[in-house]
Design a protein around this ligand. Structure first.
Ligand SMILES: [Zn+2]
Length: 159
């Protein structure tokens, strides 16, 4: 067995008047994450975990935030391209696991829908996708609701 593990982390600021997208799911809020793409920090953390597992450069290398082509882009498209990049190198995904840290909004009711969106983008079965949400217990900038962050790990296997 030729297995590799990877880790990813991402954080984006919460601002008024932007759509909030997490794990490919649009939330009904009047605030969202600031960024060049749709700023889906969960999906970005997953991309970096996958790229890291394969020993490839990070998401900013493949999709520079200076490139107008990626302005407001759906990050599921980026995740799909990352999966294709790994497959081209002979890697298959085994499982992914991630934690979203958000003081607001409530993430838990949307986890199943997020998992389904990530399953579509990665080709993984839903039971190979771990997804949790927690708050930062009011501590620090995350706890004050100034940003949303995500941690992710991924396991890949050489086929
Ligand atoms: Zn990001």
């Amino acid at each position: 067995m030729n297995l590799r593990i990877g880790h990813g982390y991402d954080i984006h600021r919460l601002v008024a008047g932007r759509p909030l997208v997490l794990g490919g799911v649009r939330f009904a809020t009047d605030y969202g994450l600031d960024g060049h793409s749709d700023a889906d920090c969960l999906t970005h953390a997953l991309c970096d975990a996958l790229l890291g597992a394969a020993g490839l450069p990070d998401i900013g290398h493949f999709f520079p935030n200076t490139d107008p082509a990626y302005r407001n882009i759906d990050s599921q498209l980026l995740l799909q391209r990352v999966v294709a990049e790994l497959q081209a190198c002979g890697w298959a995904l085994v499982n992914i696991d991630a934690t979203v840290i958000a003081e607001k909004p409530k993430i838990a009711p949307h986890l199943a829908e997020m998992k389904a969106a990530l399953a579509r983008s990665t080709g993984l079965p839903a039971d190979a996708i771990g997804l949790k949400a927690t708050t930062n217990e009011g501590v620090g900038d995350l706890g004050r609701g100034l940003a949303i962050a995500a941690h992710a790990v991924a396991l890949i296997e050489k086929r």
